[in-house]
Design a protein around this ligand. Structure first.
Ligand code: C2E
Ligand code: CA
Ligand code: CA
Length: 343
């Protein structure tokens, strides 16, 4: 294998081949392509040059590998889309950002949850094109919303694998520059557990992302190792407390202690603090009093298609504006007139 030279960099190129046979494996062209793809992933995993499709692969492996091939085909088609869940600023009561969450409508399985297919994508190199597609899509959504007068930030989730990819920050920069939006209108959510794998490399990647001017939040805070050393060293702007603590706050004293102390820790470190899984008015009120900056959850809205999210945020912010106007004291001149009339 001879590396190719590109811009002075030696790039190692490898190949893995998957084979399926007509008519033994199937008589259907689409199925044959899918099976060849499945065999290719087996070849990749085993590190060999080629692999024949084998229907005897266990059900689980087969289903997973088939999913990888179908998911790859879904990128760029309407079957794969981003839904958006609003995040509300608890001080101003305005929707100021939205989290982009992937939705995949599978032709036979129906809507497959990201919890299921992201694990599959992470296990293969599909995670790269999938992440890039998500970022490009989110960036163009930010631009469309801004053009329509809604200045919101969009948050995108980043998989652990991406934090191991030292070429990612440069690609991200290219995507942001091509989109014409300001880097700080994009937020990336990373998890503490993603930092645990080769943490020196992950830290380097996160720092480079930060240097681009992109916002970074720690997602699912409290479920990983919650290492204070990471909090000190990571250039993040927010902690996003995991929903499990928020959802049990009403009934569990220990969860309330975690909710409160996370807010104190975040603020003491100069970070914003966000709560996810806000499902009730009680929780929203409690979190506001505990000093949370942002809330996200079913109490406000679920993750919904972009067009719906746009209308919801517009309406929500208009209601916040009129509520604020009612609380405003009358301007002095108007007050004198009103006072004179009522005399
Ligand atoms: P996450 O980043 O923690 O996202 C929050 C999950 O909680 C979402 O599930 C959301 O729909 C759900 N949720 C929001 N509000 C509430 C609430 O009030 N109560 C409850 N019970 N749940 C709420 P979803 O969309 O199924 O996503 C699951 C996970 O899949 C995400 O967890 C994230 O880790 C991953 N994921 C989704 N989209 C992407 C993506 O584009 N890239 C990557 N790398 N991961 C993604
Ligand atoms: Ca998230
Ligand atoms: Ca989360």
């Amino acid at each position: 294998r001879i590396p190719i030279q590109a811009a002075g960099v030696a790039i190692d190129v490898g190949v893995h081949i998957g084979i399926s046979r007509f008519p033994q494996d199937s008589r259907d062209a689409d199925a044959l392509l899918k099976y060849a793809d499945v065999a290719m992933y087996v070849a990749k995993r085993r590190g060999g040059l080629f692999e024949m499709y084998d229907a005897a692969l266990d059900e689980y492996t087969l289903r997973k590998l088939t999913m990888v091939s179908e998911l790859r085909a879904a990128i760029g088609t309407p079957a794969l889309s981003l839904h958006y869940q609003p995040q509300v600023n608890l001080h101003t009561q305005r929707a100021e950002s939205a989290e982009a969450l992937l939705r995949w409508k599978h032709p036979t399985l129906g809507v497959v949850s990201p919890g299921e297919f992201m694990a599959v994508a992470e296990a293969t190199d599909l995670i790269q094109p999938l992440t890039e597609w998500t970022i490009v899509e989110a960036l163009s959504q930010i631009r469309r919303w801004h053009q329509r007068g809604l200045a919101v930030r969009v948050a995108v989730n980043l998989s652990a694998r991406i934090l191991q990819d030292t070429a990612f920050p440069a690609r991200l920069r290219t995507l942001i520059e091509a989109s014409g939006i300001k880097p700080r209108q994009l937020e990336l959510e990373i998890t503490e557990s993603a930092m645990m794998q080769d943490s020196a490399r992950a830290l380097g990647v996160v720092r480079q992302i930060h240097d681009l001017g992109v916002m970074i939040a720690i997602d699912d805070y409290g479920t990983g190792f919650s290492s204070l050393a990471y909090l000190r060293d990571l250039p993040v702007h927010a902690l996003k407390l995991d929903k499990s603590f928020v959802m049990n706050a009403r009934t569990r004293e220990d969860d309330r202690v975690i909710v409160q102390s996370t807010a104190q820790l975040a603020h003491a470190l100069g970070l914003q603090v966000v709560a996810e899984g806000v499902e009730t008015e009680w929780e929203a009120q409690y979190l506001r009093e505990a000093g949370y900056d942002f809330g996200q959850g079913y109490h406000y809205n679920r993750a919904i298609p972009a067009a719906e999210c746009f209308l919801w945020m517009q309406k929500f912010n208009a209601a916040a504006a009129s509520a604020a106007a009612e609380l405003q004291p009358l301007p002095a001149a108007e007050f004198r007139q009103t006072a004179a009339r009522s005399r």
